[in-house]
Each structure stands twice: as C-alpha cells, then as structure tokens.
Design a binder for this molecule. Structure first.
Ligand SMILES: [Zn+2]
Length: 388
C-alpha cells in the first residue's frame, strides 16, 4: 500500500490532515452497515498477477481459491499494466522503491507482462466471473500527482487531463475485455491531488467512480525482516488481536491487501491470507465487495436508517459537501468558520439560484436538514440514488 515507508509522525500528520476538511464526495474508508450482521470488504490492489507461487498456480488464483473456500467475495483494484513505465531502473529490495526508481512495475521490475488486466485478460476475467468486484486502480499505476514524503523521485501525471485519460483507458479495458464497469476506484499510492491542483474525487465523480480508502491493513506487502514464518505470524497477529478485543471492531471496515509480491519479492499474501480469512470466518464475518458494503451504509458514524443518512445521500448525489474526508458526518459537531465558508462556496458554485442556509454557527445536522429542504423546495432531487 501506499503508506508503506512512512514514518510514524508523517502518518500521524497525514491522518490529521485527512480528517480536517469536509469532502464533497468522501473517500470511503469505512462504513456503518446494517446492524446485526458483521460485514467487511477486502480489497486487493495491483493485480491480477499471473506469476506462479510456491503452490505452482498464478498468485491471483491462490487468492481466489482461499476466498472460495469460505464463499467470500472481494474487490480487486486492478491495473491495466506497468509495461509502458520504462526507461527505468530497479530500486533496492526491501524499500518502497523495490519495484522501480521512477515508476512502479508489477509484479516486479522487468516482469510487467505477468500482471495487469491488459496483460492477463483471462485471469482478470476469471476474477469477475467468480463474482468479485473489479475496481479501477488506473491503467499504468502512475501517481496522479507529486508525492514528496516517500516517492520524491517518482514520475507522475503532468495534469488532471492525463489522469482522466488513464482512468478512462482502464474503464474501457474493463468494458471491452472483461464485460464489467467498475464503480469503485483507488488512486495509486493514495495520491489524490494532481500536479495542476485538481482533486481526484472530481475526476472519479465524472466517471461514476467512488473513491475507496481502507481502514485496516492486512499487512503482507511490507518488507520481510526475520524468517518467513515470523513474518507471516506478525502479519496475522493484528487481525487476531483486534477481533479478540472486540469482535465487532471491523464491522463495516474496508481491509487492505495486495494482489502481488511484497517488498521483498515474495508472495506473502498467499502465505497469510488463509489464516486471516479463517479468523474473519470464525468471528462470523461475511466478506463482500466494497461496492456492496457501501450500498448497505455509507458513513462510518451513522447507520443507513438514520434520517440524516437519506438527507446526506441526496446532497451527495447533487455534488454538495456533507461528510468529512474521514467519511464521518459528525452530525452534532458545530461547523467551524473555515469549514462553513468552504461549504458555502461549494453550494453557491453548484446551485446559485438556491436559497442557501447560512451554515455558520449551525451543527452539521441542522445545516444538512436545512439544505436538504431548500434543495427540495427549489425542485432539486435530493433523493437521487447515490450510485446512479
Ligand atoms: Zn497500487
């Protein structure tokens, strides 16, 4: 994943920044599904991968087999292929540059033809045919904009137009080769701002894609230190510990995993996934694709049956901000001045004719309901389906 290699302070800073701003179209890290059943989504990035593992089968097939054993369906955030990402040099193993200095190469440097839906269409099609969701992780896996904390030397798209072309190219590949239309997306390395200052959320929205993050890391992408056995045990332990402490802790969560090699060039995901799935199964979790999880409940802090959920969904469908970037509505938190100004500006830009309730001094709940009523009175369609 994309926070790999980040120091603890940098992670903390990023987390703080992420929660600080309201988001027009929230990136979904976690949802609040229907009460009474434990649901979780697992996302596998960067595949499909045809490289054969120890068991002699393509890596993606090993993942499919493990999922099938428990009747679980997942989300595969696929790429088209990294084969055009040359000239380049291989980077040092066990570091974030393990698969290239200037670009990413999957499944590894020089082996690009073994991964990606364009290079491995049969494998990609099999994923879709087995009922899993295909997500758009971009065609080339080129960063959408500059990222200085870890990938300062990495190439990135020059502008938002280039990003959009690359995402459309992947959607087109899915249509012609897989017969599916992805509804979810995750930018490479979570870099969401383009070099010319555009928020990826706006691009995704135009393409009918919902941006998904993750709220729990299954961990088998990191570099290995110590024995392979110790590595696998360390990757499984956080999940076991989390659910032992609170079996509901991951209800509604989106889990991160990788459909590829780890930073030490090993298929670690295949070693640890069966044990991780067994733990989820033992705790009564159903694993469903991220799109399905979101359809059951979008925000992490209110349930779908909450009256505010409908109002928020309607506003969201109109492109109006209603949630924080960490995917919470926090209905009773008063809006800050800066936040109120940002929301006001977005609303005015979007529907200038509307009698806009002044958000300053209100709680988010009051503002959402007032705007919802005003939108309706102006002939808007606040009940438009979220994913229409
Ligand atoms: Zn990726």
């Amino acid at each position: 994943m994309d926070l790999h290699g980040l120091s603890a302070p940098a992670r903390l800073l990023r987390r703080r920044l992420r929660g600080a701003q309201p988001s027009n179209w929230p990136r979904v890290d976690r949802t609040c599904p229907v009460a009474g059943r434990r649901l979780v989504a697992i996302t596998f990035d960067d595949g499909p991968t045809a490289l054969r593992t120890g068991a002699g089968e393509p890596l993606t097939e090993s993942i499919l087999r493990a999922l099938e054993r428990y009747g679980m369906r997942a989300t595969f955030n696929m790429i088209g292929g990294t084969h055009d990402n040359y000239p380049d040099r291989a980077g040092p193993l066990h570091t974030p540059l393990w698969n290239g200095i200037r670009h990413d190469h999957y499944p590894a440097f020089g082996l690009d033809r073994w991964a990606g839906a364009a290079n491995q269409p049969l494998l990609a099609r099999r994923v879709a045919q087995e009922g899993h969701e295909v997500g758009n992780h971009s065609f080339r896996h080129l960063a959408f904009g500059p990222e200085r904390i870890v990938y300062g030397r990495r190439a990135h798209h020059a502008d938002a137009a280039g990003v959009e072309r690359d995402c459309v190219r992947f959607q087109e590949l899915c249509r012609t080769h897989l017969g599916v239309r992805p509804g979810v997306a995750r930018p490479p390395h979570y870099v969401a701002r383009t070099a010319d200052g555009i928020d990826t959320l706006a691009i995704y929205r135009r393409l009918g894609l919902i941006m998904i993050g993750a709220s729990f890391d299954l961990g088998a992408w990191r570099a290995r230190r110590g024995s392979r056995r110790a590595y696998a045990a360390a990757a499984v332990a956080p999940l076991a510990r989390t659910l032992a402490r609170d079996p509901d802790a991951l209800d509604g969560a989106i889990l991160f995993a990788k459909d590829g090699l780890n930073m030490s060039l090993e298929p670690a995901v295949v070693d640890v996934l069966p044990a991780q799935l067994q733990i989820l199964h033992r705790h009564g979790y159903r694993v469903v694709p991220a799109g399905e999880l979101m359809a059951r409940g979008r925000w992490a802090d209110i349930r779908p049956e909450h009256p505010l959920a409908e109002a928020a969904a309607g506003l969201l469908a109109l492109g109006l901000p209603c949630a924080f970037a960490d995917n919470t509505l926090r209905p009773d938190r008063p809006l800050g001045e800066r936040e109120a100004a940002a929301i006001g500006a977005a609303v005015r830009a979007r529907i200038p004719a509307l009698a806009i309730p002044d958000p300053a001094g209100r709680t988010r709940r009051e503002w959402l309901l007032a705007l919802h009523r005003a939108t309706r009175a102006a002939g808007g369609e606040p009940h438009a389906r979220l994913r229409a």
